[in-house]
Design a protein around this ligand. Sequence first.
Ligand SMILES: [Zn+2]
Length: 425
Amino acid sequence: MKNEADGALGRDIARSVNDVYAALPVRLKPEIRPNGTLEWTILAGFVMEDEHTLKCVAAGVGMKCLPESRLPLQGDMLHDTHAEILARRAFTKWLLLQLQLSEVEEGSTSSSTSNGISPYLCIRDSKYTFRENVKVHLYVSALPCGDASMAYTADHQRSDDAAYYSAIPLLQGADVGVVARGRFDYTRLGALRTKPGRADAGSTISHSCSDKLTTYSLLGVQGGLLANIMHPVYIDTMVIGGVADNREKYSNECHRSLYQRLNGSVDLKDLQEYTFHQPRILFTDVPFYHAKEEVEGRAGGAGVQPATHCANYVAGDTPLEAELVIGGLKNGNFKRRGAQTYGCKYRSRLCKLDIMRHFLSLRCVQENFDTDASTTYRDLKHAETARTYRTLKTLIRTPPSAFADWIVSDTRLSMFDREGVSGGA
Ligand SMILES: [Zn+2]
């Protein structure tokens, strides 16, 4: 009975995200290239569950990542546009909208709602948290890149995919530690792996989705900024598509990779509400229209290619719930003028700068934080109210943690103010 109920939940979670995808504008989706080649991609989405409903509130589509050489000092581009990471940033944006909504309702004298806040949120010990019975689920249309998909990629000999799912040879050095950057070395289970970059653009320092998802089992998915005003938000269930055979084996791989790798690695004493949280992992048969195997079926033997377009969806955002992302920017790859910050016309609403600006616009932040024009993104992430989150993040990246070799990006990348002016140039 339990398995049947799990299967139905997995199916419903997967469907709610795929339904949102089906309704997205066509220009946000993979294309048919001029030479007739069909493109495929990956879809991920966050689904909220309460007593009555399942609702997809945030989604991401894509499989691209900026090389280290293009990471901006201004906080105005998206570094990592793999579906899972876009979905997580879109979820942060959705949380900001919910918090904003709560404040508007609290301030309205005509409001009769209890607590006056969103249907999902309440306040406990002076921070926001989800109400009891509210759960957060994550759907991904394929196994996450990196460690969790190594066995599957090796078994299926999809050499053209190996570059996406795994990485390039092992690179060792003072800066990068021993993080696998290789499509080789499938047998090195548990290794931290970076995302592959384009051959012509250089390598990335972004960790694979497997590595990032694993850290969420301790840190939650709310991110460092929101940790100032929210308790951690943990994923209850991960629903994964695209695995048709040998499910027991690949399920074991997911459990090993997506949370067990870090379990027991970090001393959680004195970390208050931050605890180890084991997600349930379910596989689903619900097909994703632009999954590689679906697109290959339609291509009838012709080759297929990964899509270059990425997109994100935030339920309830205005004027548009969906946004196209190319090369880390909204609607296209635009040249930067000197060191100037990209204007809001070019920035994705999910870039660090815009998430920071939204955070600073909240009344609870304006009333409780001592900020001024010189406050940087880094200052906010290092504020006293986010201390437990920061401490835990540091512990995860320090021996004896299994993730001690984590590549920490240059602090200059977070030293921009609310206008996107960098103090780290
Ligand atoms: Zn990925």
